[in-house]
Structures are given as structure tokens and as C-alpha cells.
Ligand binder design. Structure first.
Ligand SMILES: C[S@@+](CC[C@H](N)C(=O)[O-])C[C@H]1O[C@@H](n2cnc3c(N)ncnc32)[C@H](O)[C@@H]1O
Length: 219
């Protein structure tokens, strides 16, 4: 490496991991190199993702705080945002280095930060959450295992729970993955086990924002 560009390093590590049949096997090394200062920290932000902030502002007005889960929480900005608004929040990520960095960044956090894999979820997370937030994690993996991971996301929802998905939207343009922008079919794959889409928005910047609910639906 001749510079600190984490995105270039991500491409390199992801390419190696895909070739070795480990499609999610590169995130931890990327974060570890970021934490060690070898590269800039990947996905490094402290503000909530703007499409979460905008959505939550309208949605939460109708909703008392409950239990929230941020999938692939990385460095914790979105989990901290929800916890600061009174939600009992769990943030989990495959990467121990990411969870370590989140814990170091927010030492007094109310968030329950966990190392966990969407593809092999701990039983206590399944069916446990009134709000599940998935931002840019499904699109970070090829299929397989993306469909299996999608079932993992859905399985986190308690009855009546809401799932927010924010991702890049596949437009047909050829890109060099990762990411793997989601198709409408990828979003439909989340509509299993009583989960239905409530709003699916095609937003500028080739983004999806989708709100899904697990029945019984509250309106
Ligand atoms: C593109 S990054 C997005 C991070 C964060 N959600 C954000 O918006 O900044 C994808 C995240 O998903 C995590 N991840 C990838 N595969 C995962 C899996 N199977 N289970 C849990 N986390 C995973 C990665 O470690 C990484 O933190």
C-alpha cells in the first residue's frame, strides 16, 4: 500500500476473500488496519446516516421507544443516535475490531455492542427487537450469502416490529463490487415470515429506503 485509502484496501481484501470463498472474511482486517492507523478508518462517521435521521424524525413521533437493533453497526454512529433517543439499543457487527473501536469511541455508551454474525445469530437476538436498522450491510456481501443474511435481518424482528433498510439501488450500470447494490427482488426477499413492505422509496443518489413491518401491522 502506498497510501491510506481504505476503499482501495477494501477492494484488495474483498477480492482475496471472495477468491478464497470467504465472502464476509475481509471486514475485520480492514477495521483492524484502520484502528492501527495503517489506513484511514473505514466507514468512519459520527453522525447518524442522513436517510435514517430523516425517516426516524417522522416515524418515531408515532412510536414509543422500545428495543432497537443496528445490524452491521460498524463504528456505532446509528446505534448511538437511537440510544440517545431513548431506545434500548443493541449494535452488532461481525468485526471484533469494529466493535472494539465503537466501544473505545463511546466509553459511556448505553448501547449493548456485540460481536455477532448475521449468518449465525445468537438466539437471544432473534425476535427481540421493535426496530431493526440495516444500513449498507446486505449490499456489502455477494449472493450467496446475501439472501441468507436477509433472512437473518428479518429474524431479529419482534411481532409488530419495524425494519428500516437503506442501501444503494441497482440501476443496471456495471460497477466493480463491493458494494453489490440491491435490486427490488433483494428487497422482496425480506418479505418473509409475516414481514411486509410498508414504504419502498427510490431516492436520489441511487438509494433505496424501505420500511417493512412484521405483522400484526400498526398503522
Ligand atoms: C458497508 S459497512 C456499513 C457499516 C455501517 N452500517 C454504516 O452504515 O456505516 C458493512 C458493515 O457490515 C458488517 N458486516 C458484514 N457482514 C456481516 C455479517 N454477516 N454480520 C454482521 N455484520 C456484518 C461489516 O463488518 C461492516 O461493519
Amino acid at each position: 500500500m502506498t497510501d491510506r485509502d481504505w476503499a482501495r484496501r477494501a477492494d484488495q481484501l474483498a477480492g482475496q476473500a471472495y477468491a478464497e470463498g470467504r465472502p464476509t472474511g475481509w471486514f475485520d482486517q480492514l477495521y483492524a488496519e484502520g484502528a492501527a492507523g495503517v489506513i484511514d478508518m473505514p466507514w468512519n462517521r459520527t453522525d447518524p446516516q442522513p436517510l435514517l435521521l430523516d425517516w426516524f424524525t417522522g416515524w418515531a413521533g408515532r412510536q414509543p421507544p422500545g428495543r432497537a437493533c443496528v445490524v452491521g453497526c460498524g463504528l456505532g454512529a446509528d446505534a448511538e443516535f437511537l440510544a440517545a433517543r431513548g431506545w434500548a439499543t443493541t449494535g452488532f457487527d461481525l468485526s471484533p475490531a469494529a466493535i472494539g473501536a465503537a466501544g473505545a469511541r463511546y466509553p459511556d455508551s448505553a448501547v449493548d455492542y456485540r460481536v455477532a454474525d448475521l449468518l449465525d445469530l445468537p438466539a437471544d437476538l432473534v425476535g427481540a427487537f421493535d426496530l431493526v436498522v440495516e444500513i449498507f450491510t446486505l449490499q456489502a456481501m455477494p449472493d450467496p450469502p446475501r439472501r441468507q443474511a436477509a433472512r437473518g435481518v428479518v429474524s431479529l424482528l419482534a411481532p409488530g416490529g419495524t425494519l428500516l433498510v437503506v442501501s444503494f439501488r441497482a440501476t443496471g450500470a456495471v460497477t466493480a463490487p463491493p458494494p453489490f447494490p440491491l435490486t427490488r427482488d433483494d428487497l422482496r426477499a425480506l418479505e418473509v415470515d409475516g414481514v411486509v413492505a410498508r414504504h419502498v422509496e427510490e431516492l436520489p443518489g441511487e438509494r433505496w429506503r424501505a420500511e417493512l413491518v412484521r405483522g400484526p401491522i400498526r398503522r
